[in-house]
Design a binder for this molecule. Structure first.
Ligand code: PMV
Length: 327
């Protein structure tokens, strides 16, 4: 009744930005990501008859109330499926640098889906795990797989076909992510709230939906053809459109800071010198710079000396969620 699993974070190349069903976590449109190595979360779960309540910890310390509620609700899904009422002890350990503000709910819920289902005696395949992880955090359904991954929107009202599948195994095409950390601490507007406000109030939301469909088609082709320029241009354009959509909400949502813009400018200048590098930004100020393996050192050096960048992380491609222990 105990298990340990690990999963990696992912960076969205075509972003998920908006739900059509909040409780089932069903997206308005599909998305494509790259699973990263080096940014992982390990989760241990033990169902225990002696527990009166779930005991949720992060790095050994009791989790905050909001996170406790969210994890317990997720465990309820597993309990329902395994027909058990047992409470669980959950602890997670992350390799994401503390206070970087680089939240990784994708890695955490992908690992939790695998560890909790295994500890409850369920043996779920990748498709079922993806469906389950999605309900913890949308982007987590993509972290079940390694390499390039697409989360299909699906059509079914119960969400049964809203799952992720792998487009390309890790290292089949060496695209890397150099992350410039441009802030710290918790973001002011969570992706959950940012999406909701964008769907409900952004004057640009209908245009975003149309753009996302187009970007998905272009990105699939770029990946199939191993065309880095097409991948980079599409990812950068898609990120700018997502942030434009958030800026068009009421009240507006701005995730960027001065550091974010400084990195974007530096990357444009790098491109002018012939280095192939493109920016993408999730719901926060940090910039992911996508570049082929051979130009990682030049990109890293160019970002490290920017005054508003307080750290640079290099990530290659990571594998899917893995079960480390089960008993
Ligand atoms: O999975 P969530 O609810 O943390 O949302 C992720 C949203 C973005 O990171 C901005 C985009 C994405 O596709 O991952």
């Amino acid at each position: 009744m105990r298990a340990v699993a690990r999963a990696n974070a992912n960076v969205a190349l075509v972003k998920y930005w908006g739900k059509r069903d909040e409780s089932l976590v069903l997206p308005q449109h599909g998305s494509i990501s790259l699973t990263l190595d080096g940014l992982s979360t390990t989760v241990r779960v033990a169902f225990d008859p002696a527990l009166g309540n779930d005991d949720i910890r992060m790095g050994g310390l009791p989790a905050g109330e909001k996170e406790r509620g969210r994890v317990s609700a997720f465990l309820d899904l597993v309990r329902h499926r395994a027909r058990t009422a047992l409470r669980a002890a959950v602890d997670s350990e992350s390799t994401v640098p503390l206070a970087s503000g680089l939240a990784s709910s994708a890695a955490a819920y992908a690992a939790l889906a695998l560890a909790a289902s295994a500890a409850a005696g369920l043996s779920l395949d990748a498709e079922e795990l993806s469906r389950l992880a999605r309900q913890g955090s949308g982007s987590a359904c993509r972290s079940i797989h390694g390499g390039f991954v697409e989360w299909q929107r699906g059509e079914a009202p119960d969400g049964s076909d809203s799952i992720a599948h792998q487009l390309l195994v890790p290292h089949a095409w060496e695209v890397c992510d150099v992350i410039a950390l441009c802030g710290s601490g918790e973001k002011e507007v969570s992706s959950r709230d940012g999406m909701r406000r964008s769907v409900n109030t952004s004057i640009f939301y209908p245009a975003w939906l149309a753009a996302a469909e187009h970007d998905l088609t272009t990105m699939r082709l770029a990946i199939a053809d191993r065309n880095f320029t097409a991948l980079g241009l599409t990812a950068e354009r898609n990120a700018l459109r997502m942030h434009a959509t958030a800026l068009g909400a009421d009240p507006p949502i701005r995730y960027w800071n001065a550091g974010t813009l400084a990195v974007m400018e530096r990357v444009e200048r790098l491109r002018a010198t012939g280095i192939s590098a493109y920016c993408t930004v999730d719901a926060g100020p940090h910039v992911h710079v996508l570049t082929p393996l051979e130009t990682v050192p030049s990109v890293q050096a160019a970002l490290a000396d920017l005054p508003m960048v307080h750290g640079v992380l290099r990530c290659g491609q990571g594998g899917g969620a893995t079960l480390i222990e089960a008993s």
